[in-house]
Design a protein around this ligand. Structure first.
Ligand SMILES: Nc1ncnc2c1ncn2[C@@H]1O[C@H](COP(=O)(O)OP(=O)(O)OP(=O)(O)O)[C@@H](O)[C@H]1O
Ligand SMILES: [Mg+2]
Length: 268
């Protein structure tokens, strides 16, 4: 099957339960993500965000329930050889996961090289294009060890974009970054949303990122999607779990909390 590059695919998560031994991490997750949408999955540490993204990316199989991408069950999609996949899925991992012994360009072209999908000349020009896209032009021959944390994140994003994905997963794209770098990475993800009609799922506990990039947010709590809506709706949510998340994330100032108290007539 020939694919049309980078057009965006929908994702359907249907009653997904996931357990490790006695520990039930996900307890019936349902989500519909539209093609071309950027969804932020929010939640506190240990709520199962990384597990959910690994299941959606086909890196693990759920205990029960189903995940479909572009109308295909994830295991069926994963079983197809690269040149028969009708769309491509890519991922930016929590800790960048660049191979330390390979240069930036070798890291970026590794997947294309393995798939034997492109000529050397094409790989080099794609590499130049995605490095420019993440504002890392000229770093082709650097080793990951020579890069700062923020630069590594940019290269990890360039590597994920190089295959021209239809669906891009990010797991904590701003973990370990300071507020300035966090905003810069957020603006890059927002630029991808603007320039490529692809679907993005950004798993994070960082509300700054959600504010910059999300078309919609979904809140993971107690193993389920507790709430979904726009970022603004989320900020105004009366749900106690959401409010304590927002307070812990220091998004709600004392003024917001006072405003909310006025609106609801009770403590926010
Ligand atoms: N491979 C595994 N084996 C056993 N337990 C696991 C495994 N992976 C995750 N868990 C457990 O699942 C729960 C959710 O983990 P997960 O890494 O998805 O949290 P998270 O929401 O991504 O947290 P953080 O914000 O800290 O990244 C945790 O209790 C974790 O210990
Ligand atoms: Mg995680």
């Amino acid at each position: 099957m020939k694919r049309t590059p980078g057009k965006g695919v929908d994702v359907k998560v249907d009653n997904v339960i996931h357990e490790y031994g006695d520990l039930r991490v996900l307890d019936g997750v349902n989500m519909d993500i539209a093609a071309g949408e950027t969804l932020c999955v929010l939640g506190g540490s240990g709520t199962g965000k990384s597990v959910l993204v690994r299941l959606m990316a086909g890196l693990e199989v759920p205990t029960s329930g189903e995940i479909q991408i572009g109308g295909m069950l994830v295991p069926e999609y994963a079983a197809l050889p690269p040149d028969e996949k009708p769309f491509l899925v890519s991922m930016v991992f929590q800790h960048s996961a660049l191979l330390g012994s390979l240069t930036v360009e070798e890291n970026i072209t590794l997947r294309m090289r393995e798939h034997r999908t492109h000529s050397e000349k094409d790989m080099h020009s794609i590499c130049e294009q995605v490095l420019d896209e993440v504002e890392m032009g000229g770093s082709n021959n650097k080793l990951p060890g020579e890069l700062s944390g923020g630069m590594k994140k940019r290269v990890a994003l360039a590597r994920a974009l190089a295959v021209n994905p239809d669906l891009l997963f990010y797991d904590e794209p701003t973990a370990e970054l300071d507020p300035v770098l966090t905003e810069q990475i957020g603006l890059l993800i927002a630029r991808v949303r603007r320039d490529r009609p692809i679907t993005q799922v950004v798993v994070t506990h960082d509300m700054v990122i959600a504010d910059i990039v999300a078309d919609r947010v979904a809140m993971l709590g107690d193993g389920r999607i507790a709430e979904e809506g726009s970022y603004r709706e989320f900020l105004a949510s009366p749900d106690p779990g959401t409010r304590s998340f927002l307070e812990a994330a220091r998004v709600l100032t004392s003024r917001d909390q006072a405003d909310n108290k006025d609106k609801t007539g009770k403590d926010g």
